[in-house]
Design a protein around this ligand. Sequence first.
Ligand code: SF4
Length: 165
Amino acid sequence: MEKILVSGCLIGQKVRYHGGDALFDHPIFEKWIFEKRIIATCPEVSANLTTPRPSSEIIGGNGVHVLHGIAKVFTHTGIDRTNEFIQGANNALSVAKKHNIKMAILKKNSPSCGNKSIYDGTYSSNIIAGIGVTAALLEKNGIAIFNEDEIILADDYLNKLENNQ
Ligand code: SF4
């Protein structure tokens, strides 16, 4: 059975920067939980960042640029968190490899987990097209990334994966 990597906050872990979760309530998600497919992780907490913590955004690009050393991650209070975000991405990749994971559902807009959109680096809640650091590293390693709004697409992808086995 295929396992699915999921942002911990989406299954109710209180790991977000503000100390809360982003619980995602959907029948497909509930089915996957019942089937014990879900492997949950929070890249930022796995890199020893505290909860709650100052919010961070990518400055100067997106997660791909961070991995290439040409953009950085800073808190709104001015602390450089680039190393922690890269460490968190590597931790998530290790978890994925351990479980032979081929797909993930990651929280949209996050500077770690966002797959298609992230905050724009101005700490003003503006969203731009782009990918977070963990999502970029997972994608680079061949893992298909979906966000919570793409759950139907993700379920189709899962069915294709399992029917091709
Ligand atoms: Fe959720 Fe990802 Fe942010 Fe952790 S790093 S709180 S899993 S969005």
